[in-house]
Design a protein around this ligand. Structure first.
Ligand code: 5GP
Length: 378
């Protein structure tokens, strides 16, 4: 093994997409939907390949809001079987866009089996562990696959291409979730010194995943997870070969987030759009608005404390707490994101999200950002 890999691994901020000649005439021509076939699952999936991370704020309101756009919500793993059954019963049309998350625990798998027995539904599944490189994880994923042959299985996280190959070939996984240490509420890089810059992670892992085929159009796929601060980073991930992009912090603070809100009880201010004001409950008649939202890395003691009986003493928290300003209705944030992707496609001459990885060419840069931040972002 080479002790130091000298080749530089790149993050989103280390590159820009080079504008290209284009025959496109309007942003409205851009096709944002993709149709996927999967390495194992016999299902096909059509939609916009953006996923809300299975963090504590991703609950049913988020799922409803995203399903409108044919985007995916990975529900956090603490919903009960009854809650899940009721939701899927009430909104059967949202089943393709609503993934049920589990971790690496016997009780997690048991819950999923109980759900299947009760509803006769094989839901799409997100298997999420901090370090998916472990051999036992591949075996665990295979076990889930054996119980849920039809489900689309998204699992990770890994950064190593060999683990991506193994999860696809032997673990029964359809989409490998790639990225360690890049998340907005993640402190893994500081606590453990481990991680891989996300752009390189996408480039390398999509390359090996797309090289694996299990029948007509049934390729291995990846999802880029962690560190997308703005729509530009999402565009870079898609150009680097990510089939799906998972966002946590980007959606945190939008209207449908479940969790810790702060409110302000003030008279309406001139200049603040009406939709930013809303009552906390139907009984309140004064002007009240959401001001901030606090979210927690899922490995923080706080996030685990909310739901789990005991915190393991041998585990360090690799997450932190972040307070963000209220971002308003999620539709605005999504429109901003999709507008950014459409515009990026126009700059690089791509007629669709699907073609972004073919059209996008990167140049390395020393420094791209001044202090300017987009309206929405992390
Ligand atoms: P973001 O879009 O916020 O940059 O990244 C979201 C991703 O961060 C999640 O999908 C998950 O993979 C990762 N993440 C969430 N909470 C934690 C945590 O407490 N610790 C670590 N290491 N990663 C986390």
């Amino acid at each position: 093994m080479q002790k130091i890999i000298n080749e530089i691994k790149l993050d989103f901020d280390d590159v820009l997409l080079i504008p290209q000649r284009s025959t496109l005439t309007s942003r409205s021509e851009i096709n944002l939907e993709r149709k996927f076939y999967f390495y194992h699952s016999t299902r096909t999936w059509t939609g916009i390949p953006i996923i809300c991370a299975n963090m504590s704020f991703c609950s049913f309101d988020m799922a409803k809001a995203l399903a409108k756009y044919k985007m995916i919500a990975c529900l956090h793993k603490y919903h009960t079987v009854d809650e899940l059954s009721n939701y899927f019963n009430e909104y059967p049309e949202q089943i393709p866009y609503c993934f049920v998350s589990i971790g690496y625990k016997k009780s997690d798998l048991n819950k999923l089996l109980e759900f299947k027995n009760k509803t006769n539904i094989q839901p799409n599944i997100c298997i999420d562990v901090p370090n998916g490189h472990m051999d036992v994880f591949v075996k665990y994923c295979k076990k889930v696959r054996d119980h849920f042959p039809e489900s689309i299985i998204l699992a990770g996280n890994v950064t190593n291409t060999s683990s991506t190959q193994e999860l696809l070939i032997y673990g029964g996984v359809d989409v490998v979730k790639c990225g360690i240490g890049g998340g907005s509420a993640c402190t893994t890089r500081f606590i453990t010194g481990c991680g891989v810059p996300q752009l390189t992670c996408c480039l390398d892992n999509s390359y090996v995943a797309h090289g694996l085929q299990n029948g007509d159009k049934k390729l291995g796929l990846i999802c880029s997870d962690g560190g997308h601060k703005n729509s530009g980073d999402v565009c870079k991930a898609l150009c680097a070969g990510a089939d799906f992009v998972m966002l946590g912090g980007y959606f945190a603070g939008t209207d449908p987030c479940d969790g810790e809100w702060e409110y302000e009880y003030l008279a309406r201010k001139a200049g603040i759009a009406d939709e930013f004001w809303q009552p906390i409950d139907s009984g309140s008649n004064g002007p009240v608005r959401k001001t901030t939202f606090t979210y927690y890395g899922m490995s923080t003691h706080h996030a685990q404390d909310l739901y789990e009986d005991s915190i393991k003493e041998y585990r360090a928290s690799e997450g932190t707490k972040i307070k963000v300003a209220f971002k308003g209705p999620i539709d605005k944030v999504i429109q901003e994101l999709l507008g950014g992707i459409r515009s990026s496609c126009c700059y690089i001459g791509s007629s669709s999200i699907k073609n972004m990885s073919k059209c996008g060419q990167f140049c390395r840069v020393n420094h791209i950002h001044s202090n300017i931040k987009p309206l929405f972002g992390v």
